[in-house]
Design a protein around this ligand. Structure first.
Ligand SMILES: [Ca+2]
Length: 428
């Protein structure tokens, strides 16, 4: 069993070395001693599921619910599903109370009312090369999914090349219509690893796509500092524009940094080694960029900052990589968090908590590591990661953390390669 896990680690993280077993780190800071107050204002009547007393006032159609919560004594993982085949992501469309779980073998499963539906929402396993770091890697719902039924997937095709497809839901809300597949983007992948994988809509309504450096190790294909390639980059495209007749499957936002030259029109940021997971929180962008074999990093930037260079392969984390000393760091956007191997082997970027169940965590970014299995967090303030905490003592270490995800209410979930989906819940 141990051997299987280690093999899986090696396959997923081919460029990483010195894999160590998961370790449990120190406990989080002291739990708050006083009761917290959560206030939510909605356009419609809001009910609260939080423990404690609540009072509701209504003014001109808006309802404000104030809930006095019992003090938070800790955090725990609550299992939501198990037995899935290498889940890699959790997401939900806005306003939807279902959970959608992407599995690396090419399926999207729906969890509703505490159960995983037997029939997958989408099955592209026949089109997907589910080997090593390849497979179905990302999923994003259109911000207007409730009305247009559109969603996007990022997978490795049978040749190992990256494909981004648009699909539409069928007349059955629990089934996608495979006939609606619309190919947006094909990217040739020179090696099997570092495919990126993340898809997410930004606050601007554009679709962002994370792509790695093409694989191998040490940026051997030289894509890191080349904004004229879509590899080693965060792409930004407009899925609502495009000219199907003219062959353009998507539009280019007019304020993309290289729209007038100097780089590929789709590129929003570059110098990323393998941005496996990234997320937006308000006007901030958080990226977990997987390191070579020494340093893992979390980057935070203004979501509106175009053309940022995240440094790979000049730097790995905050350290010179190529050259190994005396590198020129001018103009590079450096990480706010780094941790070394074997504290981890492959960072798993997460989310800022914006849910309702644990208002004490509002504004706190959670992340983990595939090998480390721990749960850590920080609050980004004045350009730095502040109030860093380690929650592993409370929630326990997980084995092979593949991803974080959120539901429509902003609650945070974690997936593991072994097939589990966990929700982060409060102890009060
Ligand atoms: Ca970097």
């Amino acid at each position: 069993m141990h051997r299987i896990i280690v093999l899986a680690l090696f396959i997923l993280l081919a460029a990483c070395s010195d894999v160590e077993p998961a370790s449990t780190s120190s406990l989080v800071g002291e739990p708050p001693e006083t009761a917290s107050t959560a206030t939510t204002t909605e356009a419609s009547v809001t009910s609260s599921t939080a423990v404690g007393s609540s009072s509701t006032t209504t003014t001109e159609g808006a309802t404000t619910t104030t809930t006095t919560l019992t003090p938070l004594t800790g955090l725990v993982y609550e299992k939501v599903a198990d037995g899935l085949s290498f889940p890699v992501f959790v997401d939900a469309p806005a306003g939807d109370d279902r959970l959608f779980v992407a599995t690396k073998d090419g399926q999207v499963h729906i969890i509703t009312d505490g159960a995983t539906l037997v029939e997958p929402f989408l099955d592209v396993s026949e089109q997907t090369n589910n080997e090593g770091e390849q497979g179905l890697l990302g999923l994003a719902f259109h911000p207007d999914y409730a009305t247009n039924g559109l969603f996007y997937v990022h997978y490795s095709d049978r040749h190992g090349d990256t494909k981004i497809f648009e699909y539409r839901v069928s007349s059955n809300p629990d089934l996608a219509d495979p006939e609606t597949a619309r190919l947006l983007l094909v990217v040739t992948q020179p090696a099997g690893n570092h495919n990126g994988g993340m898809l997410a809509f930004g606050p601007d309504g554009y679709l962002y796509i994370g792509l790695g450096d093409g694989g191998g190790s040490g940026d051997r294909y030289g894509n890191g500092q080349r904004p004229d390639t879509v590899l080693s980059a965060l792409l930004r495209i407009d899925v609502d524009e495009g000219d199907p007749v003219g062959g353009d499957a998507y539009g280019i936002p007019p304020d993309n940094p290289f729209v007038d030259g100097g780089g590929a029109a789709e590129v929003w940021a570059y110098g990323l080694r393998n941005p496996w997971r990234f997320s937006f929180d308000g006007d901030l962008l958080y990226i977990g960029d997987v390191g070579q074999n020494k340093w893992e990093e979390i980057d935070v930037a203004s979501a509106g900052a175009a053309g940022l260079n995240y440094g790979w392969p000049i730097m790995e984390g905050t350290h010179c990589f190529s050259p190994s000393s005396g590198c020129n760091t001018a103009g590079l956007n450096l990480p706010v968090i780094e941790f070394s191997h074997p504290d981890g082997c492959s960072v798993t970027g997460g989310y800022v908590y914006r849910g309702r169940a644990i208002p004490e965590l509002a504004g706190r970014y959670f992340y983990s590591d595939y090998c480390g299995g721990w749960l850590r967090s920080f609050v980004y303030e004045n350009g730095a990661a502040t109030d860093q905490q380690d929650h592993t003592g409370e929630v326990g270490a997980l084995v092979s953390v593949t991803s974080f995800g959120t539901d429509a209410l902003g609650e945070i979930y974690v997936t593991t390669a072994g097939g589990d989906v966990w929700r982060l819940v409060p102890k009060r």
